[in-house]
Design a protein around this ligand. Structure first.
Ligand code: AMP
Length: 369
């Protein structure tokens, strides 16, 4: 993901895909034109990249020139008239191929047709690398199209957002949802994730989703999901991935406008982590960090037994179930540390001390994200 000015953009079309499309355009155009020497006309500023790469792939001699769209103040102060400038060459009798980086509404194209009307060219062909069919409002023929794209704002490969992004070798699409902070709060059972999540969600205005809490809510309400989960939870085992992932997706969807999420107790397996990435990507977002509370086993067992006296949780009152949950954590879940470490998103925090001290330590990490 990249940030230009105030907006975030996600990768959309790779440099390789662009190259392949340009190669195909060059081949198609050459097939139609044959031995004749065409004049390729790039429309500045956006087309400088595509023209440069295109003519390098064009197999036969050709001429290259550029025109530019210039804005003039209209007669009324609100009116903005676009005019093409820079056409100085005599193109009479020539085959002209306009090379555009992108055609969306087709307004530029209308202007091109207007100025070429009197040029007496032999043929005027239109080629564009990107084309937004949903935005196109004209009926000029587009002779050569590289890649059709949805009606979303894109930058890169010559295209800019308020002056920035033209130099990017690949194309990015605007992220329509606001920037989110999504935390995976990590740590063995009893590390204090729930307690800390309650403070952090207020402080950072995030939605807290604890998969354990959602399961317990379902058990209490005797839903089908609850009944299924109970058999695993009572033994301290993990609920199967697909059940948990579907439930998590539904919880996230219930909070479509969230500023971000604190995931507590999820993901617990690689499959869950991958599913979470896919879910975040679909929301034009990503996991910002995994913050992990690090606490020794014996401290955990004591804390959980203590909690079991008042929490009413069956899995908190039996030491062997507690030890099994901790073992499950290290066996299946702790590998997720690597998953996020390789993306430089893992932050370990000492989970022993007063609640306030630990909140402070976690906040220090979150504030740097
Ligand atoms: P927790 O409240 O996070 O300690 O979770 C209590 C129990 O709920 C766990 O021991 C599992 O049986 C089940 N559970 C919670 N989250 C998950 C998850 N992400 N994947 C599988 N099982 C889970």
């Amino acid at each position: 993901m990249i940030k230009l000015h105030d907006k975030y953009f996600k990768p959309f079309i790779s440099a390789q895909e662009i190259e392949t499309a340009i190669e195909r355009l060059a081949k198609e155009i050459h097939n139609d034109i044959g031995e004749e020497i065409p004049v390729f006309v790039g429309v500045l500023n956006g087309s400088f990249m595509v023209v440069s790469d295109f003519v390098k792939k064009y197999p036969k001699p050709c001429e290259v020139t550029f025109i530019k769209l210039a804005s003039y103040e209209g007669v009324k102060s609100t009116e903005d008239i676009q005019r093409l400038i820079g056409l100085t060459q005599d193109l009479k009798g020539r085959t002209v191929v306009i090379l555009e980086d992108i055609i969306d509404t087709g307004n530029t194209l209308a202007e091109i047709h207007r100025i070429f009307k009197n040029e007496q060219v032999k043929a005027l062909k239109i080629a564009t690398l990107f084309y937004k069919p949903a935005a196109y409002k004209k009926d000029f023929k587009l002779h050569y199209v590289g890649i059709e794209i949805p009606n979303k704002f894109i930058v890169g490969y010559g295209l800019d957002y308020d002056g920035l992004g033209r130099n990017l070798p690949e194309v990015y699409q605007i992220k329509e949802t606001q920037h989110m902070t999504n935390l995976v709060l990590f740590g063995p059972p009893g590390a204090g994730k729930g307690t800390q999540a309650n403070f952090l969600k207020e402080k950072y205005n995030l939605v807290h989703i604890s998969t354990g809490d959602v399961f317990r809510f379902n058990i209490k309400n005797e839903t089908a999901l609850g009944m299924l989960a109970k058999s695993y939870m009572d033994k301290g085992e993990l609920v199967p991935d697909q059940v948990t992932i579907d439930m998590l997706n539904a919880e996230v969807e219930k909070n479509a406008d969230a500023n971000g999420f604190i995931f507590d107790g999820f993901p617990r397996t690689n499959a869950q982590a991958e599913a979470l990435d896919i879910l975040m990507d679909a929301k034009d977002s990503e996991i910002s960090a995994m913050v992990a509370l690090e606490v020794e086993d014996d401290v955990l067992v004591n804390r959980l037994l203590e909690r079991g006296k008042t929490s009413g949780r069956a899995d908190d009152s039996n030491e062997s179930v507690i030890r099994n949950r901790i073992t499950e954590y290290y066996k299946k879940t702790a590998i997720l540390k690597d998953y996020y470490s390789t993306q430089n998103k893992y932050f370990g925090v000492d989970g022993v001390g007063s609640i306030e001290d630990i909140t402070e330590r976690l906040s220090k990490v979150i504030d740097t994200l």
